[in-house]
Design a binder for this molecule. Structure first.
Ligand code: GLN
Length: 306
């Protein structure tokens, strides 16, 4: 059997294994667009170190990136403003709390713990919003996904309507001097980036950029400087799966980032991987996506610690 067929079979097997667990999860329900998702959808795309692309399942299905946007805003804030300016405002420690929790803003200092909880992502987004247009941020997002992606206006409007908790933490951070004055503009950028629609191929492209130290898998051009890739992958490993990051690192051992829309981007061993499965566990991570990644990490021997 050819190498390509092997990979296709491996993806099919990973999906078949993961399908058995989907009934353990539920779709997110805080906005109608997510509540309407079909929990049985399941897809995976992979880009190999040689640039070959494979996928299986519902890989043409579009979904909102949600928290995967946090990786993009962190990368672009680091690229445009530098490490000092970013980490002056946001930490790099796991919080151990759910993604939308902001209790530590009151009990453990002013700065959000890391850029992948909502408070931290609103902070990195605010730094960007003070300096660049949303179109520039979207242009960079398209480079990361290797395609002309765009926000869904309906998801965006629903995020704005449901965003009271995010709005509260943003105003709290503004009162502490972590955020500047333009809070509604920061939230607008944050919600808009969460609403960008992609499929698993786009996520695999993003994973491949990270897996290769920042290069495009199609033309080898640098999209992200290697130093920034290494910072971001470290934070993905420790904080990328919310308060499930420790267990994910133990069982799968890869830098990854999930979104409540059902997507996960992961990278390792030169591979970029994107998964989609809107049935989520109690922490907001895709049940099927985690199972697929577990299978692939084992079979391709990607676990960083194995
Ligand atoms: N839009 C969501 C929020 O801000 C994103 C969170 C997520 O994907 N976990 O709450």
């Amino acid at each position: 059997m050819s190498k390509n067929l092997d990979m296709h079979l491996l993806l099919q097997n990973s999906r078949a294994y993961a399908e058995g667990f989907l009934s353990e999860g539920e779709v997110s329900s805080y906005i109608p667009q997510l509540a309407a998702q079909n929990p049985t959808l399941l897809a995976v795309s992979i880009i190999s170190p040689d640039g070959a692309y494979h996928n299986t399942g519902n890989h043409e299905e579009f979904f909102s990136i949600q928290s995967i946007s946090k990786v993009i805003s962190l990368i672009y804030a680091l690229m445009t403003l530098g490490e000092k300016a970013v980490f002056n405002k946001v930490g790099m420690e796991p919080s151990g709390d759910p993604f939308n929790c902001f209790i530590k803003l009151e009990t453990a200092g002013e700065k959000p713990f890391n850029p992948f909880i909502n408070a931290g992502a609103i902070t990195t987004t605010s730094l960007l919003a003070n300096n660049i247009t949303f179109d520039e941020l979207l242009g960079f997002t398209c480079k990361i996904f290797g395609d002309n992606v765009a926000p869904c206006e309906t998801v965006f409007a629903e995020e704005v309507a449901a965003g009271k908790r995010n709005r509260s933490m943003a105003y709290l951070m503004q009162s502490k001097g972590v955020l500047g004055d333009d809070v509604e503009k920061y939230l607008d950028y944050y919600f808009r980036l969460c609403a960008v629609l992609v499929n698993t191929k786009h996520l695999a492209h993003m994973g491949a950029v990270l897996a290769s130290g920042g290069k495009s898998p199609t033309n080898g051009q640098e999209i992200v400087p290697p130093r920034i890739v290494s910072i971001v992958k470290a934070i993905m490993l420790t904080c990328g799966m919310y308060d499930g990051s420790g267990e994910f690192a133990v069982s799968i051992g890869l830098p990854a980032k999930s979104g409540i829309g059902g997507g996960i981007v992961a990278c390792g061993g030169g591979y970029g991987i994107g998964t989609f499965g809107p049935a989520l566990d109690a922490k907001g991570n895709s049940v099927g996506g985690i199972r697929i990644l577990r299978h692939l990490s084992e079979k391709l021997e990607l676990n960083l610690f194995a």
